[in-house]
Design a protein around this ligand. Structure first.
Ligand SMILES: O=P(O)(O)O[C@@H]1[C@@H](OP(=O)(O)O)[C@H](OP(=O)(O)O)[C@H](O)[C@H](OP(=O)(O)O)[C@H]1OP(=O)(O)O
Ligand SMILES: Nc1ncnc2c1ncn2[C@@H]1O[C@H](COP(=O)(O)OP(=O)(O)O)[C@@H](O)[C@H]1O
Length: 397
């Protein structure tokens, strides 16, 4: 059942900032670092604000998603954000807007991208056939449904507009597709970044685990080549069997005072039977499993499942991840309540669902919750696995 508005945690809604070329800005030193345990884009921290902001290469899908999720002027426009989307706001990083970086040598004051290219059309401007009538006050279920439909239509429209804008080649968005580039010519003279909350900021010694959720990692409209590649990858990993796969992590051994890492390629080869042991490895501090951290993570994942994933039929999240983080330095304070961060991230391939439940995501979150709960029960086991694997990739740290 959807929660009342008063139950929804208040999160800062940050309006999308205008695109600001930063060609002439001298980088501030030292450059703030981020911890990136997975992904294929070059994520980095904004040096000018001590790493509060994380810069992720632009993609149409993810910008459209965040733009529809956090919109400061929503209430004033009279459009309501559906309860499940309000819930989702507190389960993702805060979003601060776009940043454009232009190579100094090619920067022109008259940069082709400006905020007005990305304006959302007013709902009122829709044709009557597309604008659902708002139900009469009193029928709360219908009102909610109508808000959901409007929200999904807005999301679809913004995605389409951004795609058209990109393909019209008015603007070189500089999507991070460097691995797909074929020629020097394709290199953009400017790059766009999404600015979002750096979730690692609160931690002195961040430990992070990226878990790719869902059985399906490709959008339904993907090419046959792309979908069959992802299908095969799902079959070769635990994505198909458990609904999720571990996709890179960094932990911390307080005993040896050094980090340990596992790259996503290594995680891909894990067997189903090794998942619980690998989860315990992540929560291990070199001496013991930090059970209180694991328990806090189980609570946080259940909350995301109960309040968003289980009942929502607004979004299909393909290839999204759950990012779990905690502080490796807190290990000595075993009896204090640990601070953990658990967020859904990576919405590059998220689509409006128009009433279809995200079975792939639900199955994945259920499988992950079961594995985490099994890990809690088996916290004193798997010593041999942990001792053998903890530092096997130390050369990569
Ligand atoms: O190339 P790969 O095998 O690393 O696959 C990429 C994925 O890596 P992963 O499944 O995590 O190992 C990758 O996932 P991550 O970014 O690592 O989460 C994407 O799904 C990527 O597709 P796209 O460029 O976003 O359309 C995927 O790229 P495509 O090969 O589908 O273009
Ligand atoms: N908001 C964030 N705060 C801190 N780290 C993040 C954040 N978003 C992503 N990361 C780091 O970057 C990695 C890749 O992020 P992701 O959004 O999945 O990128 P990609 O689209 O390239 O797969 C994550 O595994 C995590 O380590």
């Amino acid at each position: 059942m959807p929660l009342k508005e008063t139950d929804v945690p208040v999160v800062p809604v940050v309006p999308v900032v205008p695109v600001v070329p930063v060609a002439s800005v001298t980088p501030v030193t030292p450059v703030a670092q981020v911890l990136q345990v997975a992904g294929h884009g070059a994520i980095r921290a904004e040096p000018a604000d001590n790493g509060t902001t994380l810069l992720k290469p632009y993609s149409v899908g993810e910008f459209a998603f965040y733009r529809c999720l956090f919109k400061g002027s929503e209430e004033t426009q009279g459009a309501h954000i559906p309860p499940h989307i309000q819930e989702l706001q507190s389960f993702v990083p805060s979003f601060f807007g776009l940043r454009e970086e232009v190579e100094a040598s090619v920067f022109q004051a008259n940069t082709p991208l400006c905020a007005e290219h990305l304006q959302e059309p007013e709902l009122e401007s829709q044709s009557p056939t597309h604008a659902p009538k708002r139900p009469k006050v009193g029928d709360s279920a219908l009102v909610e449904r109508s808000d959901e439909i409007q929200w999904m239509r807005r999301f679809e429209r913004i995605r389409r507009q951004l795609q058209e804008l990109a393909s019209a080649e008015q603007v070189d968005f500089g999507e991070d597709d460097s691995k797909h580039k074929t020629s020097e010519q394709a290199r953009p003279s400017s790059r766009l970044y999404l600015c979002m909350e750096n979730l690692m900021l609160p931690f002195e010694r961040p430990c992070a685990l990226d878990i790719k959720l869902g059985t399906q990692q490709y959008e339904p409209t993907s090419s046959v080549a792309k979908s069959s590649k992802h299908l095969q990858k799902a079959m070769r990993t635990t994505s198909a069997s458990l609904g999720f796969r571990l996709s890179g992590m960094a932990g911390y051994d307080t005993h040896l005072q050094r980090s340990f890492v596992r790259r996503k390629n290594a995680h891909r080869s894990l067997e189903q039977s090794e998942i619980v042991a690998e989860l315990l490895l992540f929560f291990h501090d070199g001496t013991q499993v930090r059970v209180n951290v694991l328990a806090a993570v189980v609570d946080a994942v259940s909350r995301i499942y109960d309040r968003f994933v289980r009942d929502q039929a607004l979004l299909l999240i393909y290839s999204g991840s759950l990012l779990i983080a905690f502080d490796g330095e807190e290990a000595s304070k075993h009896d204090t309540a640990p601070s953990v961060t658990v967020r859904l991230i990576d919405f590059v391939h998220s689509l409006p669902s128009f009433g279809q439940r995200d079975q792939s995501l639900m199955f994945g979150m259920e499988g992950l919750l079961k594995a985490l709960r099994d890990a809690l029960v088996q916290a004193d086991d798997h010593h041999e696995y942990i001792a053998r694997t903890m530092h096997e990739n130390d050369a990569e740290v």
